[in-house]
Design a protein. Structure first.
Length: 287
């Protein structure tokens, strides 16, 4: 493409580019099996447990770091996407040199949602669209932990063994700390809309949720740990006017969405998720 044509095209897309609003996804992450998200400062005390879970410094209770959840969602979306898989495979050596651990192609859905650094020629631009907050245990979970004799500071101990292949006996018992099943954590994700493409990209978050439910969170997943599912999902929309205080004057529709909506326009279906729309302003998710 000639340079001035390219510039013209860029200018056209820049006209529509700008912060249009935030979409908040709230809900619960429910542990279907024991969850182990390790602390990098594993305890080295003599006689201590060497597989500690990460804890919130304030409450001393386990939590799900936003970085762990975000990293896993991105990883699963990348693996599920031909563009990013191809990029990672062909650029593997460059990847290793850069110390990158995520796709940086700048074209695939994951790069659009989760960001990338290699932005010189990329058509897609702007900041990372998603913020995944740390997920803290909800109040019911905290009282469940407090009132169970087998649970101490939010975790149970699971002993893992190695099987001696010749003798057929269990060896080297090693206690692992894990969050017990049925524990629930508060999910909080902010997705920012800057351009038309973001409207479509937003839906991929729910695809990532479904992929995660058939995968695992944290460590020891192939041995049954970390099975989770999402519950009580709600979407709140805060258009730009919400932040500028113009919301009463300007109810400009943020975007058209292709979600299947039920008659009451308050429930939308994305994949298996039936999502309740809680919009203080007006329902904007109707197609
Ligand atoms: Zn990419």
């Amino acid at each position: 493409m000639m340079n001035n044509e390219k510039n013209k095209k860029n200018n056209e897309s820049e006209v529509n580019f700008g912060f249009k609003g935030n979409i908040l996804i709230c809900g619960k992450i429910v542990c279907d099996t024991g969850l182990h998200i390790g602390d990098s400062n594993d305890s080295l005390e003599i006689g201590g447990i060497d597989n500690m879970v990460i804890r919130d410094k304030e409450s001393d209770l386990p939590y799900i770091p936003g970085s762990s959840l975000k990293g896993k969602l991105r990883f699963l979306l990348e693996l599920n996407d031909q563009d990013s898989t191809k990029y990672i495979l062909t650029e593997y050596e460059t990847f290793k040199k850069k110390g990158a651990n995520a796709c940086q192609c700048g074209e695939c859905v994951s790069c659009h949602i989760f960001g990338f650094t290699n932005s010189d020629d990329a058509k897609f631009k702007g900041p990372t669209r998603i913020i995944v907050r740390d997920a803290l245990p909800d109040d019911d979970t905290k009282s469940f932990w407090k009132n169970s004799d087998d649970i101490s500071r939010g975790t149970e101990l699971k002993v893992e063994n190695r099987i001696d292949r010749i003798e057929g006996t269990a060896k080297d018992p090693r206690p692992t700390e894990r969050v017990p099943r049925t524990s629930k954590f508060d999910l909080n994700i902010v997705f920012s809309i800057y351009c038309d493409e973001d409207k479509d990209n937003f839906k991929h978050i729910f695809r990532a949720f479904e992929l995660l439910e058939d995968s695992y969170l944290g460590g020891n997943g192939s041995r049954g740990y970390g099975q989770v599912h999402f519950e009580e999902l709600s979407i709140y929309e805060k258009p730009k006017s919400y932040y500028t205080g113009e919301k009463s004057k300007n109810h400009e529709r943020l975007f058209n969405c292709n979600f299947e909506c039920s008659d009451d326009e308050k429930h939308c279906k994305i994949g298996k998720y039936n999502i309740e729309i809680k919009n203080e302003f007006e329902p904007k998710f109707k197609s």
